[in-house]
Design a protein around this ligand. Structure first.
Ligand code: PLP
Length: 399
């Protein structure tokens, strides 16, 4: 069945507010089904330590269900799926763990297209270990991060390449598969931030060739938490800090303390929601592919319209126009502060915030300092009416 945006919108109570949400890249709205799953999990019998009761079974089933759902979403091995409070927390933890395998004089590569959470943890870990940080730079005119920007920095000393699946302001989607082929000619590991990409594409981390791939649920109709996946064999080689009595098993040893079962149940419901967003048949993975392909196509068409309308506004500067992009625009209006554009849009019931969105290096490279620009991102529930409201609001400000 075809993509029915109006039917999808009915599932999101927040959309009844009448606001046009263009802040999906900062966090999406949440469908009723996900809230209901969280409420159900937190009120049903549950315990993280009881011997034979239903409670323990519930908790364990939730954790197993979570790992399998994430595996289905990104084509990972469920045995290598790790829960985390946020992508930032996960990356800080893994940067410390991976840094233990580095020695002084080794090298790592980060990019200036990334959100700071996939830069600073690595830079700080490298500094602590005497490891050299090499910077792959995006083209500030096109917004592209060509594979060559990374491959020309690779050598036998490179231990890690941290790169985004999609830039959260410019939307640029580097060719991760091609980057992976270059990276894996060396001993380096490829660590991919999928936070901005996952809500907009079918993800297959195995086809991508990512050693690590992770994302945050709250950008994807889910609760405020994250997950990362890697092959269990790779995780077994890593010695992370952990409490003495806590398990050494993989992936559990990368998760600290008692897990938030209700959030994990919400994550599984999120992935089930995506699988059922468009009517289809087959396994959950097949239905996810069906839904996300339809959503991607829908967003692509709406994005073409949004971009052409914004380009026609006098005094607009659009940053980046990479060939492969998520439906996200980053722009400024001549003579108006980005923050004032945001405030004006709010008066016409449009939510399109301004800032650097923690893609600080992008903002600085574009000459926007730490202030950044306005960001308007589409979500699978965005409509032509939303876009028209955004465009009308911008025309009111254009000089
Ligand atoms: C591309 C990207 N990476 C990482 C993050 C940070 O994710 P979290 O809030 O889960 O730490 C964001 C959030 O805006 C993002 O857009």
């Amino acid at each position: 069945m075809s993509y029915n945006v109006e039917k999808i919108r009915e599932h999101f109570p927040a959309l009844k507010s009448g606001l046009a949400f263009f802040d999906g890249p900062g966090g999406s709205q949440v469908p009723t089904q996900v809230g209901a799953a969280i409420a159900a999990a937190i009120t049903q019998p549950i315990s993280n330590r009881s011997v034979t009761t239903l409670s323990e079974r519930n908790a364990e089933e939730i954790v197993i269900g979570f790992r399998q759902a994430v595996a289905d979403l990104i084509n990972a091995d469920a045995g290598g799926v790790v829960y985390g409070r946020s992508w930032t927390q996960i990356t800080y933890d893994f940067s410390r763990t991976l840094a233990k395998t580095w020695k002084a004089g080794d090298e790592i590569i980060v990019t200036n297209l990334d959100h700071d959470s996939n830069i600073r943890p690595w830079v700080q870990a490298a500094e602590a270990m005497g490891v050299v940080v090499r910077w792959a730079k995006f083209d500030t005119t096109t917004g592209e991060l060509p594979t060559s920007a990374i491959s020309e920095l690779l050598n036998e000393k490179t231990r890690l390449v941290a790169v985004t699946g999609a830039g959260n302001t410019l939307g640029t989607r580097p060719d991760i598969q091609e980057i992976s082929q270059a990276v894996h000619k060396t001993k380096a590991l490829l660590y991919v931030d999928g936070v901005h990409l996952t809500p907009h594409a079918v993800i297959d981390m195995q086809a991508m060739g990512a050693d690590f791939f992770g994302f945050s649920f709250y950008k994807l109709f889910g609760p405020h938490c994250a997950a990362i996946a890697a092959k269990p064999e790779l995780l077994k080689t890593l010695n992370n800090e952990k409490l003495l009595p806590s398990t050494s098993n993989v992936p559990e040893r990368f998760e600290f303390g008692t897990l938030p079962y209700e959030l994990m149940a919400g994550c599984t419901a999120t992935i089930d929601y995506i699988a059922n967003m468009v009517e289809g048949a087959g396994s959950r993975r097949e239905r996810i592919i069906n839904s996300m392909s339809a959503a991607e196509k829908y967003e692509e068409t709406l994005f073409e319209y949004m971009e052409s309308e914004i380009k026609a506004i006098p005094g607009v500067t659009l940053y980046g126009h990479a060939k492969k992009r998520t439906p996200t625009l980053y722009f400024n209006l001549k003579g108006v502060e980005a923050a004032d554009v945001y405030k004006h849009l709010a008066t016409v019931q449009v939510n399109a915030p301004a800032g650097n969105f923690y893609a600080l290096e992008v903002s600085r490279a574009l000459g926007l300092g730490d202030t950044g620009a306005v960001r308007a991102g589409l979500a699978p529930y965005s409509t032509t009416k939303d876009v028209d409201r955004l465009i009308a609001g911008l025309h009111q400000l254009a000089k």
